[in-house]
Design a protein around this ligand. Structure first.
Ligand code: FES
Ligand code: FES
Length: 161
């Protein structure tokens, strides 16, 4: 018989909503979001901390949620792509990606949006090199990097007005 794994109580705020859950200690944050909370906007592209499709903000810092245990988010706040738009109005970063064709298949986009949010929070006026470096952990298999760069530059510009 498979060994039963004791569940651990956690409290976490996700996109402004409080959750109290019991999870296995081995549960990954990405699986908590996708499987338990039905927030499937956070994608799994590799499971090996490479692609960045699973990027979310945990207590304001971008993390690859395939590499964080759900229990590590206990008492914390998580922001996923579902938490960006307000009342059906796209977040300015989402709007910039839409306006500048910063996505093709869109698989990498949720992670890129969250990484961009953190990048611009830390550095509202990044140079091209700083954008490239800041988003180096996010891979786009469609290789749409030029338009992603333009989108981030437009989002930064929008933030100035
Ligand atoms: S799924 Fe987490 S980095 Fe690729
Ligand atoms: S838009 Fe397809 S992987 Fe980036």
């Amino acid at each position: 018989m498979p060994e039963r794994i004791a569940r651990v109580p956690i409290r976490v705020k996700v996109n402004g909503k409080d959750y109290s859950l019991e999870v296995e200690p081995r549960l990954l944050l990405v699986d908590l979001l996708r499987e338990e909370l039905d927030l499937t906007g956070t994608h799994v592209g590799c499971d090996t901390t490479y692609c960045g499709a699973c990027t979310v903000l945990l207590n304001g810092a971008s993390v690859k949620s395939c590499t964080v245990f759900a229990v590590q988010a206990d008492q914390g706040e998580v922001l996923t792509v579902e938490g960006l738009a307000e009342n059906d109005k796209l977040h300015p970063i989402q709007q910039a990606f839409a306006d500048h064709h910063g996505l093709q298949c869109g698989f990498c986009t949720p992670g890129l949006l969250l990484s961009t949010l953190q990048l611009l929070a830390k550095n509202p006026h990044p140079s091209e090199q700083e954008i490239r470096k800041g988003l180096a952990g996010n891979t786009c298999r469609c290789t749409g990097y030029q338009n992603i760069l333009k989108s981030v530059q437009a989002a930064a510009q929008a933030g100035r007005t």
